[in-house]
Design a protein around this ligand. Structure first.
Ligand code: ADP
Ligand code: MG
Length: 370
């Protein structure tokens, strides 16, 4: 029993650099099947199927304000991705389930575009926040006064960089070598002293996320000068308090974890050396461990009795629930269309393919209000 992790893949357009050097397109999508072709013709085509496949490579017009609008043929825009993935996350949050949505892929493949977006092409995180508050306002209008319903939203934002946790909403956590990850007997791993900021409307949460984004560590690499080499986790805590039929106050809670992972490429392909290489290998430690956990979870589904090495990295400790516990989980694998990225894109597809078989066991989090 349990729910399978839902897996989506999304293909971005060629970037300027790729257009200039006439990059070849190595990905095809037909319904839910994605095919990758080896540009050197050494290996046969490989096919994968996913729950959702988004062709965002072409078929759009850029509006005056910059919004990429489908021309009616095939482009999957931000609204489409939100409708399929974000909406379900919100519905589950309203029911009291924890939800996780994470983006995987090499640097420059489109993870942040899907998760956060670039104005005016807002991604899943801002749209989800907007829709959550819209839903709360609508609910308040229709709620029965006798239930004394109350809704509380708070947000935290952290970064994992070189196996240390930084609170993006509290810069003073940066210098002390990061925050500690501890384990709670029921709730599992959590970050000690992480700031959880109450927010009462969309512009509050938008301002908090903007603050966190400004505080992010930006380390340029050859691949993408603005891309972070860190994992970012935005967590939205949603609590619904209301009296039940017996007049007893109950609280339903949900944590929505939105994770923008660091680039999955190997350190050597970015031309990193020295300090940067060390950084790369530390980042790879977390991602490598994520891969190991996903492999172990997939093997468990095939009946193998092995344990899952969550403890081996900060990232996997914090994603433990998202991967094998109390959570409804969605993964978006971001794909580059270009021949030059064939190896990395194939490894992303394989990673996503393994993630499909993982099952989680979400439960409604509801208990008497304390
Ligand atoms: P990552 O976070 O994986 O490093 P980004 O999300 O920053 O990559 O995307 C790299 C570039 O590709 C950005 O300029 C972004 O605007 C563009 N891009 C990514 N995905 C899409 C998409 N689905 N549609 C249009 N442009 C995209
Ligand atoms: Mg990014």
């Amino acid at each position: 029993m349990g729910d399978n992790v839902q897996v989506a893949v999304r293909l971005r357009p060629f970037n300027e650099r790729e257009r200039v050097r006439n990059a070849k397109l190595v990905i095809k999508m037909e319904n839910n099947t994605t095919t990758i072709t080896d540009p050197d013709g050494k290996y046969p085509e490989k096919k994968f199927t996913f729950d959702f496949s988004y062709w965002s490579h072409d078929g759009y017009n850029e509006r005056e304000d910059g919004y990429l609008e489908p021309d009616g043929s095939k482009y999957a825009d931000q609204a489409k991705v939100f409708d399929d993935l974000g909406k379900g996350v919100l519905e589950n949050a309203w029911k009291g389930f924890n939800c996780s949505l994470f983006a995987y892929g090499q640097t420059g493949s489109g993870k942040s575009y899907s998760m956060v977006g670039y104005n005016p092409n807002k991604g899943i995180i801002p749209i989800t926040c907007e829709e959550l508050f819209k839903g709360i306002e609508e609910k308040k209008l229709t709620d029965d006064a006798e239930k004394e319903a109350e809704y509380q939203v708070s947000v935290s934002m952290l970064e994992i960089y070189n196996e240390t946790v930084k609170d993006l909403l509290n810069v003073s956590s940066f210098k002390k070598g990061g925050l500690r990850v501890r384990q709670h007997p029921q709730k599992g791993f959590y970050v000690e002293q992480l700031q959880v900021a109450p927010v009462s409307n969309y512009s509050d949460i938008e301002a908090r996320i903007a603050e966190g984004t400004r505080n992010r560590t930006l380390a340029a690499t050859n691949m993408n000068a603005t891309s972070s080499r860190a994992h970012t986790i935005v967590a939205i805590n949603f609590a619904q308090k209301a009296k039940n039929e017996a007049g007893k106050s109950m609280t339903k809670t949900s944590i929505i974890n939105l994770v923008d992972l660091a680039g999955s490429e190997r350190a050597d392909s970015t031309g990193a050396t020295g300090e940067r290489l060390k950084e790369g290998s530390m980042i790879n430690k977390s991602l490598l461990c994520l891969g190991n956990c996903i492999k172990a979870l997939a093997d468990q589904q095939e009946g193998k009795h092995i344990s899952v090495p969550y403890r081996d990295s900060i990232l996997t400790r914090l994603l433990k629930n998202a991967l094998g516990g109390n959570s409804k989980t969605v993964m978006i694998a971001a794909l580059s269309p270009a021949d030059i990225n064939y190896d990395e894109t194939l490894s992303t597809l394989r990673f996503a393919d393994r993630a499909k078989s993982i099952k989680t066991k979400a439960v409604v989090n509801e208990s008497p209000t304390d």
